[in-house]
Ligand binder design. Structure first.
Ligand code: SAM
Length: 220
């Protein structure tokens, strides 16, 4: 199986245990993420947001409190199914299955995009394909917010594929294993990558909870 499809399968199966495995149902973990949540909410206050790879909507729920609206999308309906069980603000939040690499069926007007723990999974060879597709759904001058994990010693496998993607092997509850791409880009790499789309790229790092928030405003 190609890596992109393998990741889709992996997260489809992981959906029922995803929040628990991330510590999103643990008070201490959520508290440690508060500065990150505050940063993302500040960037997206009052926005009409297109969210990519929303998973069971942990971040959607927190951002929806300040957003005007969020269309939260994910490839896997199993992850959206977890979100449907939550007490989200359904006046503001809508869910849709969508492939991040093909957003052609996404309807709506958006002035912001959000993706948490997604960009690290995008193969290097598809960075600009994904970004062009995303930007094509946004109004000029929109803000794009990406939040990813920064590496810990245990997360660096030392395995790379031919195009330089960092690979990890993950276990599923049924005992099967899947390979995922988990790239950890440096601040310089992020800045160089987004320079062609924006003259305003900001990076905020949260080493205490191993998070980075990258945001940029699309050229008008
Ligand atoms: C690491 S999880 C992040 C979930 C959520 N953003 C969060 O932080 O809680 C990655 C998500 O990407 C989704 N995904 C995988 N491949 C995708 C694709 N091609 N298009 C859209 N979503 C995809 C998975 O279903 C999964 O929910």
């Amino acid at each position: 199986m190609e890596l992109v499809e393998e990741m889709q399968t992996y997260y489809g199966k992981r959906a029922p245990v995803y929040d628990n495995s991330m510590g999103y149902d643990d008070h201490g973990t959520v508290k440690s993420l508060e500065p990150v949540i505050k940063r993302i909410r500040g960037l997206l206050d009052g926005r009409k947001i297109l969210e990519i790879a929303c998973g069971p909507c942990f971040w959607t729920q927190r951002v929806s409190e300040v957003a005007e609206s969020i269309l939260a999308t994910d490839f896997n309906d199993s992850t959206l199914d977890q979100a449907r069980r939550k007490n989200l603000d359904w006046d503001k939040v809508a869910l849709q299955c969508a492939d991040a690499y093909d957003l052609s069926r996404v309807q709506g007007v958006f002035d912001a995009a959000l993706a948490v723990d997604w960009f690290a999974h995008v193969p290097r060879s598809r960075f600009h394909e994904f970004l062009r597709g995303l930007h094509g759904r946004l109004q000029a001058g929109s803000i794009v917010v990406l939040c990813d994990q920064s590496p810990g010693v245990e997360s660096l496998s030392g395995m790379y594929d031919q195009e330089g993607n960092h690979l990890q092997t993950r276990d599923l509850p049924d005992g099967s294993k899947c390979r995922v791409i988990k790239n950890f880009l440096s601040e310089l790499e992020f800045k160089e990558l987004f320079a062609r789309y924006s003259s305003h790229v900001e990076i905020a790092s949260y080493p205490e909870c191993r998070r980075i928030v990258v945001s940029y405003t699309l050229k008008t």
